[in-house]
Design a protein around this ligand. Structure first.
Ligand code: C2E
Ligand code: MG
Ligand code: MG
Ligand code: MG
Length: 285
């Protein structure tokens, strides 16, 4: 009996494993053609100044619509893209598309906004990254301060020495840099002072739990306070409720991003939102 149960268990694991391998192979094979087949697009989620309420910028987030798989979430394909190196080509398309879009909105008369692009480890480790960023800025005509690159802690802590060098060369271009998902990796604020970054983005898991778990609230408060004393601006991600927004504002967090203000939007909807927000702000004065 025990033997049989054991065998079933093994078969179960094998089936689960096979399923995962098949899923991965499928994603990889399809992702290879996604760009050429025009299946990728960007959506934009506003970042809002917690004091003035104004939209200060937006994060570009990748979307993949496949003819038979439907919408494939980044959680399902970003990892595969990184492991296979496909992220290098896709990432450079994201960078160029986001810069061109930000500049097009400026040309169309929207207030100048900072566009944030997520960077993967592969891209960050590539020696040509800063040349590529510079080319994306020049080709689009976007002024450097309106581009922000989001890095993760693990990406930087992997090789601190190399990361400091790479970050310094990016900063020399005049762009903004942020650390995404802050608090989920292994970095300490002591390390961070070596990195010339502008923003820390508090991970959404802390924002989600801070009003129900006092220890999480304590972490959020100390990240904001210590971050500020080290010269960083603080962005909270995953803000979903008025209570969370109020708490973060009270703690002097600088910017927020989340469903409470807006979901990520397709370009037209984003432009409409910015225009509407501006009309509201004007009417308030
Ligand atoms: P991220 O950079 O931390 O992006 C934030 C994620 O949280 C996004 O998920 C966003 O849609 C979601 N989000 C925003 N507000 C809320 C909220 O109030 N509540 C909740 N529950 N979620 C919220 P998304 O678009 O599925 O992206 C997931 C991750 O995939 C991103 O996390 C980023 O790590 C990665 N990713 C997305 N686009 C790119 C890209 O162009 N390049 C690279 N390398 N990674 C990307
Ligand atoms: Mg991000
Ligand atoms: Mg994040
Ligand atoms: Mg995240």
């Amino acid at each position: 009996r025990a033997k049989e149960a054991g065998r079933n268990q093994v078969q179960f694991y094998e089936a689960a494993m096979n399923e995962r391998i098949t899923e991965r192979a499928l994603i990889e094979a399809e992702l290879r053609h996604a760009l050429a087949r025009d299946q990728l697009s960007l959506v934009y989620q506003p970042k809002v100044d917690l004091h003035s309420g104004a939209i200060t910028g937006m994060e570009a987030l990748l979307r993949w619509r496949h003819p038979t798989l439907g919408m494939v979430s980044p959680a399902r394909f970003i990892g595969v893209a990184e492991e296979t190196g496909l992220i290098v080509g896709i990432g450079s398309w994201v960078l160029r598309t986001a810069c061109a879009q930000a500049r097009a909105w400026q040309d169309a008369g929207l207030p100048p906004l900072r566009v944030a692009v997520n960077l993967s480890a592969r891209q960050f480790q590539d020696q040509r990254l800063s040349d590529e960023v510079q080319a994306a800025l020049e080709d689009s005509g976007l002024a450097p301060p309106y581009l922000e690159l989001e890095l993760t802690e693990s990406l930087m802590m992997h090789n601190v020495q190399a990361a400091v060098g790479a970050i310094e060369s990016l900063k020399r271009l005049g762009i903004a840099l942020s650390i995404d998902d802050f608090g989920t990796g292994y970095s300490s604020l002591a390390y961070l002072k070596q990195f010339p970054v502008d923003y820390l983005k508090i991970d959404q898991s802390f924002v989600r739990d801070m009003l129900t778990e006092p220890k999480v609230a304590a972490i959020v408060r100390s990240v904001i306070a210590l971050g500020h004393s080290l010269g960083f601006r603080i962005i909270a991600e995953g803000v979903e409720t008025a209570e969370q927004q109020a708490y973060l504002r009270e703690q002097r967090c600088d910017e927020m991003q989340g469903y409470y203000f807006s979901r990520p939007l397709a370009p037209d909807a984003f432009a409409a939102k910015v225009t509407a927000a501006r009309v509201c702000a004007g009417a308030g004065r």
